[in-house]
Every structure is written in structure tokens, then in C-alpha cells.
Design a binder for this molecule. Structure first.
Ligand code: SF4
Ligand code: SF4
Length: 221
């Protein structure tokens, strides 16, 4: 899932200082799971913003709403009937949701209330670890299901650097060396020969440029 954490409230107050009426929009998906931007957080932030404005002698009207998914135009459309009640939108969704709202409502300023962090998996209650960087051409089949792009600090594709020590990464000794993990996993699976495979230079054009990675499913279009 996509993980996020709340922005400092002072930063959000600065965004909306010129306005008196805002929509505060949460999202029911990933940001709800990581307690950054779901219905509960919408209520908490709404009260905090109104209180902060009140302290400086101003009124802030907040229309609270939580959409099923802010990255989906079908649900973003639910904002249309209330858009004329607000001068700005504060979105508590991940960066995808914020951009989708901004794309739909071209004449209304849209501000993010969370910092989107990474695509991760839950390690334990309340703790997520980065597991994928959306490179567009997955190599997990070769690396025993452990991603060298998200989990190796240098994104190395053909074994560890010289700094790997006692199974830990030289960049942060508290972090496991991804290539140690990959080796251990391949060995446990009896697939050591995969370790010998030389991966060709990666085609980074499939990664993060907003273009070729667009996924189009004709049957859903
Ligand atoms: S190889 Fe690419 S797609 Fe696969 S997990 Fe790693 S970053 Fe994600
Ligand atoms: S020590 Fe391991 S994880 Fe860290 S940068 Fe080197 S190869 Fe990558």
C-alpha cells in the first residue's frame, strides 16, 4: 500500500491562511490504514484547524468529507456538488489523490495535508517498510522475491557492494543488506544459480516519468 504521514499543522495553516471556507477531504483507502488521512483524521485535523483560526481571531468553515478513493475520478466527482461551498480543498489523500482532485477542479486550489512516503508492507502494527519503487519492470523473479531497487540503498542489480558487512548495509548498519537477504533466500530455495545471472543494465525509462508506465486496460475503458 501507499504510506503517508501527516504534515505539520503549521504548514497546512500557511497553505489556507488566505481562505475562510475549505473542503477537507479524506480517503478511505491506504491513508486510512496508515492513520494519516481517513475519516477519523479528517475530524481531528478539522477541529485543530478551526481552533487555530479561532485563536487568531478568524473563522474557518470546514466541510468534511471522506471519499472512497481520491485517485478515482468516479469518487472524486462526489466533490462537485459541494465545490461551490469552498474556496480551497485540503486533501488528506496520497499524492495521487491530491493530483486527481486538482485535475478535476481546475479553478480551485488544492493543497496536500499529508506527506506521501513510499509503497510498503506492514511489518507490525503501525510500522511499514518500503518494499517497491514501482520501477515498471519487476525483477523479483530473479532475486528470490526481494527487491534490490527498494531495499538496496544503491539500487544494485548484480550483487552487493564492497560495504556489505555482517549482513548489514554500509549506508545504515541497522538495515539488512538487500543482497545478503537475496543470497540467503536463493540458497534456502536451492536456486543459487540465479545469483550467477548477470542482470543487464536496467531500462529506467519505465520508471517514474509519468509516461510509458501508464496502464491502459481496454476492457475496463
Ligand atoms: S523490481 Fe521494480 S516493480 Fe518489482 S518490487 Fe522492485 S521496484 Fe517494485
Ligand atoms: S551494503 Fe548491501 S544493501 Fe547496502 S548498498 Fe551495499 S549492496 Fe546495497
Amino acid at each position: 500500500m501507499i504510506t503517508a504521514e501527516s504534515k505539520p499543522i503549521d504548514e497546512i495553516i500557511e497553505y489556507i491562511r488566505p481562505y475562510r471556507r475549505i473542503i477537507l477531504a479524506g480517503c478511505n483507502e491506504c491513508v486510512t490504514v496508515c492513520s494519516a488521512g481517513g475519516r477519523k483524521e479528517v475530524g481531528i485535523l478539522s477541529s485543530a484547524l478551526q481552533m487555530a483560526f479561532m485563536k487568531s481571531g478568524r473563522n474557518l468553515e470546514v466541510k468534511e468529507i471522506t471519499l472512497e478513493r481520491q485517485c478515482d475520478p468516479e469518487y472524486v466527482e462526489e466533490l462537485a456538488p459541494i465545490m461551490d461551498q469552498a474556496e480551497a480543498v485540503v486533501s488528506m489523500a496520497c499524492g495521487c489523490g491530491v493530483q486527481e482532485v486538482a485535475r478535476r477542479f481546475k479553478h480551485t486550489p488544492v493543497f496536500p495535508a499529508v506527506n506521501t512516503k513510499f509503497m510498503g508492507a506492514s511489518e507490525r502494527q503501525g510500522v511499514w517498510a518500503e518494499r517497491c519503487q514501482g520501477c515498471g519492470e519487476c525483477v523479483l523473479a530473479v532475486t528470490g522475491g526481494i527487491c534490490p531497487i527498494a531495499r538496496c540503498s544503491k539500487r544494485l542489480l548484480n550483487g552487493p557492494c564492497g560495504g556489505s558487512t555482517n549482513g548489514k548495509c554500509e549506508i545504515n548498519p541497522e538495515t539488512d543488506c538487500a543482497w545478503q537477504l537475496i543470497w540467503d533466500r536463493l540458497k534456502a530455495l536451492g536456486l543459487e544459480d540465479r545469483y550467477e545471472e548477470i542482470m543487464e543494465a536496467k531500462d529506467w525509462r519505465t520508471s517514474r516519468d509519468g509516461g510509458p508506465r501508464r496502464i491502459i486496460k481496454e476492457d475496463l475503458a
